[in-house]
Ligand binder design. Structure first.
Ligand code: 3PG
Length: 216
């Protein structure tokens, strides 16, 4: 059997819904709604109490879904998400503490970067795949293109201000592998348990990815 790594799965899907769960019990129906729309990656953030238990729910009960932990900002959280079953971890920034904790639990980790200095820090720690955050506010496509000059070995997953409308432009950049954001499963649709609308948004985003791949 050919095994696909968590990073490869993230790149294959090309879109990472970034979610904040009001209740951990919402993780399973939300993950199933995304799967119905063709997305098999979910980044559940630790921005509230429910995040950690939500990761565990997905890891235990939705085997087709890749559970990604987001907003991990210290070493303790890295150990907690590893125990909860996360297969990949994303942070909004870079810290040596989180880098070392990721290496200790042997989970792939995407640090967040927004400047050349942060790219140098990430590369210094052996990190070649980073979240570019907050993408629009930090200079958008022009900034990612510019960072490609001095850092040809660095690939990005932009998040922050990505929408179905600008997704194709980001994915077309040679140093972008995937893009993430809250637009597929925004807080108001999750709060309303509007799983059908979330499936529709996931399918629309996947259609953009397929068109981008065909155009390439
Ligand atoms: C993230 O952490 O990736 C961002 O909060 C997502 O940003 P967005 O809400 O603008 O998509």
């Amino acid at each position: 059997m050919v095994m696909t790594s968590a990073v490869e799965r993230m790149i294959l899907c090309s879109i990472i819904p970034v979610v904040v769960l009001p209740e951990a019990q919402m993780a399973k129906p939300l993950a199933e709604a995304l799967l119905s729309g063709g997305i098999d990656v979910i980044e559940i953030t630790l921005r509230n109490e429910a995040g950690l238990a939500g990761i565990e729910q997905v890891a235990r009960h939705v085997p087709q879904m890749l559970p990604v932990a987001g907003t991990v900002i210290n070493g303790q959280q890295m150990r907690q998400v590893a125990d909860a079953g996360a297969q990949l971890v994303v942070s909004p920034g870079f810290s040596s503490e989180v880098d070392m904790a990721a290496k200790a639990v042997e989970l792939p980790w995407l640090p967040g970067v927004a400047t050349a200095t942060e790219c140098m820090q990430a590369l210094g720690a052996g990190r070649r795949f980073c979240k570019f955050f907050p993408a629009i506010q930090a200079g958008g496509m022009a900034m990612i293109k510019a960072l490609g000059g001095p850092f040809p070995g660095l690939a990005f997953c932009p998040t922050g201000g990505i929408t179905t409308e600008n997704l194709a432009g980001f994915l077309a950049l040679s140093n972008v592998r995937c893009a993430g954001g809250s637009w597929i499963a925004p807080p108001e649709l999750i709060a309303a348990r509007d799983w059908a609308a979330i499936t529709g948004r996931a399918a629309a985003a996947r259609a953009v990815v397929k068109a981008a791949l065909n155009a390439a």
